[in-house]
Design a protein around this ligand. Structure first.
Ligand code: BES
Ligand code: ZN
Ligand code: ZN
Length: 480
């Protein structure tokens, strides 16, 4: 689905959405022509939608929720949700082209854009494996608004596509998206949009002595990959790179500490961190943000054969640290530890990693946001503010230094699991061991994998992180 600036007259579209602030705006002069057909209207009060049916077109008046919140993040999120609701209605009415206009001056430009974003995000479908594709009718939303520029429309389209790329990658099963496939995808995308991609193969990973990535991969028939993405525009504001690291476990069976019953389905999405990095790169490169960025993606599946790691094994990481593996299901930290120590060579300004790392984080946040930890203090408030604005929210969880003590091993430098408490924080402390630069860790186990449909967030892979990190990178450019 694409968003365009309307070139046609409103009167020529088959589905017109008029955005108003509240029901009182219905008396606005713009809506006068429709008052005479009030008898034909259909009201969906819960979703603030009033629909007028005419002979050859449908007019939907959408009232944004009037709330007492002053935070723009919440105001914009309510507009996004309304967009998701109207998307359903547009498809129900089988309209291919919808027009969105502001019917009231009290609707802000931000609300209008968020509403449109909600429509586009809600229109996502993953139909690749369906014989009967039942494609949504909606293909184009045209915005008619004098305040909105073509550049803003382009930017929004690129963000939506970036989110969809991440969702597609997450929804793809491992049978068609293993670590090598993921590397191939990144190379293809790099050629299409223009950034540098270097995909390290198994022998290169061996040469780098990435014992974490190789250890997790030992039980797999598919070799690991380590993808290095680089975007360095001439006008970059930063000298030291901004680095994104994404967990790329293409399937997590748990290994010999195997997941049981309902714990395993969904683990094709254990590469959602990697997907977020790929999607974020798409949005940054397409929108030409003046930021020097690097993406690092260690990728493998976590499976079992007779070579697979077993609990009690000791591995040597890329950093040289030894790790006693007491649970092979705590594999994300092993591959990320290698990526984080590899990142040191770039002397980064900031490293942000994203990972579906722990069920413990998901138990804290649910799908409502990600758990935030790390050592950076300079960029943290900005990242959190971007989380509130994009509604890919973050919350800091207890991350006291004593959690690191829980990783002490009797016979190696550290072990890969902590104790009975603080499962997300001990995972974070494990990662911190491999950093020596400002670093933030986002455990997205909760919001990455959605179990139920919401107005604009649909069941399956959410693509969480893309909208957040794009917004952050834009702010990062301003701060550098
Ligand atoms: N990929 C899982 C975490 C996960 C769980 C993501 C549920 C999304 C939904 C991770 O590799 C894992 O299995 N973590 C273990 C760690 C434990 C063994 C210390 C967990 O959370 O149980
Ligand atoms: Zn696991
Ligand atoms: Zn995992």
């Amino acid at each position: 689905m694409t968003i365009t600036l309307a070139v046609t007259e409103v009167s020529k579209a088959s589905f017109i959405t008029i955005l108003i602030k509240n029901q009182a705006d219905l008396s606005h002069e713009m809506l006068q022509p429709y008052q005479k057909i009030l008898s034909q209207k259909l009201e969906d009060k819960d979703n603030g939608i009033t629909i007028f049916y005419e002979a050859d077109r449908i007019i939907a008046v959408v009232a944004l929720k009037v709330n007492t919140h002053i935070e723009t993040g919440i105001v914009h999120e309510e507009a996004r949700v309304r967009g998701g609701n109207i998307c359903k209605r547009i498809n129900y009415e089988k309209s291919a082209h919808a027009v969105v206009v502001r019917g009231s001056d009290s609707v802000s430009k931000g609300e209008l854009l968020a509403f449109t974003e909600g429509i586009a995000l809600a229109n996502y479908q993953f139909l690749k494996y369906k014989s009967d594709k039942k494609q949504n009718a909606l293909t184009n939303v045209a915005l008619m608004d004098a305040e909105i520029s073509p550049a803003e429309i382009d930017e929004l389209n690129n963000i939506i596509t970036a989110n969809q790329i991440a969702r597609d990658l997450g929804n793809e099963p491992v049978v068609s998206l293993n670590a090598v496939d993921l590397g191939d995808f990144i190379v293809k995308m790099s050629h299409e949009i223009g950034f540098k991609a270097d995909i390290l193969n198994k022998s290169q990973i061996e040469a780098l002595r990435m014992g974490g990535l190789l250890g997790v991969n030992a039980g797999s028939s598919v070799p690991p990959t380590f993808s290095i993405l680089e975007y360095k525009p001439d006008n970059a504001k930063n000298v030291k790179p901004l680095i994104f690291v994404g967990k790329g476990v293409t399937y997590d069976t748990g290994g010999y500490s195997i997941k049981t019953g309902p714990g395993m389905p969904g683990m094709k999405m254990d590469m959602s961190g990697a997907a977020a990095v790929v999607g974020t790169f798409y949005a940054i490169v397409k929108n030409k943000l003046p930021v020097y960025c690097i993406g690092l993606i260690p990728a493998t599946d976590n499976r079992i054969n007779s070579n697979a790691l077993v609990p009690d094994d000791i591995i040597t990481m890329h950093s040289g640290a030894t790790v006693e593996v007491l649970n092979t299901d705590a594999e994300g930290r092993l591959i990320l530890g290698d990526a984080l120590s590899y990142a040191k060579k770039f002397q980064p300004e900031l490293v942000i990693d994203l990972a579906t790392l722990t069920g413990a984080a998901a138990a804290i946040t649910g799908a409502l946001g990600g758990a935030l930890m790390g050592t950076d203090t300079k960029y943290r408030p900005t990242l959190m503010a971007c989380g509130n604005e994009t509604y890919e929210r973050l919350w800091e969880i207890p991350y006291w230094r004593e959690y690191a003590d829980m990783l002490k091993s009797d016979i190696a430098d550290l072990k890969n699991i902590g104790g009975a408490v603080g499962g997300s924080a001990t995972a974070g402390k494990f990662l911190e061991h491999f950093t020596d630069y400002p670093w933030l860790h986002l455990d997205i186990a909760g919001p990455a994998i959605l179990k139920d449909d919401e107005p604009y967030k649909l069941k399956g892979a959410s693509g969480v992180g893309v909208r957040l990190l794009y917004a952050f990178t834009k702010k990062f450019a301003e701060l550098n």
